[in-house]
Write a protein that binds this ligand. Structure first.
Ligand SMILES: O=C(O)CCCC[C@@H]1SC[C@@H]2NC(=O)N[C@@H]21
Length: 244
């Protein structure tokens, strides 16, 4: 069992609309880094305005941090969070090789999506929302065409992890990597993230709001951009949806 990290507060809620919305409501009274865990969410949101289902048994957590850097640097915490998730999956299942990281911040299990992260910045705070399919995964026909198959730890790995246990391990892994990020910057996080990256060196497609780029996934640069080698040369992509 991981020790709860010093300096972090923890709030467990039974049902809430969204831990991201709850985090925003609590901002005026929050002191120090705070984890919110909901055992059920009724109106959770995912990236690009999509809905996110959190039935009981899945993990829905949000970390509230005071933002100390400019927005570009603060946003690199999506890599800190996804790497912390990777270590948490490795620790709770004992099967690290089953997991991989998909740019910018999904976690894959056997090539399908098992966890997603949504970062929101409000005033001087950063709010990191994390959803994990521990027990249930949405039906494949509930996700949009071309999206990866949703996976769950229980169904696809035959491992049952309680959301509160998952939070304890994740909070500890996150705190360790947050210290590393603050002390040494993005470089060690970036190296460790790339070591677990899905499809590095392979041809992938990144779709932005306006364009689609297909090329070899070469790197993630020091600003967190996806570097694709296309027929027109190297393209640095800041925000996109990636398709394999
Ligand atoms: O689209 C994604 O991949 C991101 C999903 C993020 C879902 C989490 S669950 C906890 C937090 N509360 C929300 O409403 N969303 C995030």
């Amino acid at each position: 069992m991981s020790a709860w990290p010093d300096g972090y507060a923890r709030v467990v809620l039974d049902t809430v609309d969204s831990t991201l919305s709850e985090a925003s409501r609590r901002l005026p009274t929050v002191v120090g880094p705070t984890w919110l865990l909901a055992l059920e969410q009724t109106a959770a949101r995912g990236r690009r305005g999509r809905a996110w289902a959190t039935p009981r048994g899945n993990f829905a957590g949000t970390l509230i941090l005071r933002r100390m850097e400019d927005p570009g640097v603060a946003a690199l915490r999506s890599f800190v969070a996804s790497l912390a998730l990777y270590h948490t999956f490795a620790a709770t299942t004992g099967q690290a090789s089953a997991f991989a990281l998909k740019w910018p911040n999904d976690v894959l299990l056997h090539g399908g999506k098992v966890a997603g992260i949504l970062l929101e910045s409000t005033g001087d705070h950063l709010i990191i929302g994390i959803g994990v399919n521990l027990l249930h995964a949405p039906d494949p026909d509930q996700v949009e065409p071309g999206a990866l198959r949703p996976m769950s730890l229980s169904r696809d790995l035959d491992v049952d992890v309680d959301p509160e246990v998952f939070l304890n391990v994740l909070a500890s892994e996150y705190a360790r990597l947050e210290d590393q990020f603050v002390t040494h910057g993005f470089a060690p996080i970036r190296r460790a993230w790339l070591a677990q990256a899905a499809r590095l060196g392979e041809v992938i497609t990144a779709r932005t709001m306006k364009e689609s780029f297909t090329g070899t996934f070469e790197d993630v640069d020091e600003a967190g951009n996806l570097i694709l080698r296309t027929a027109k040369g190297a393209q640095a992509i800041t925000a996109a949806e990636v398709f394999f």
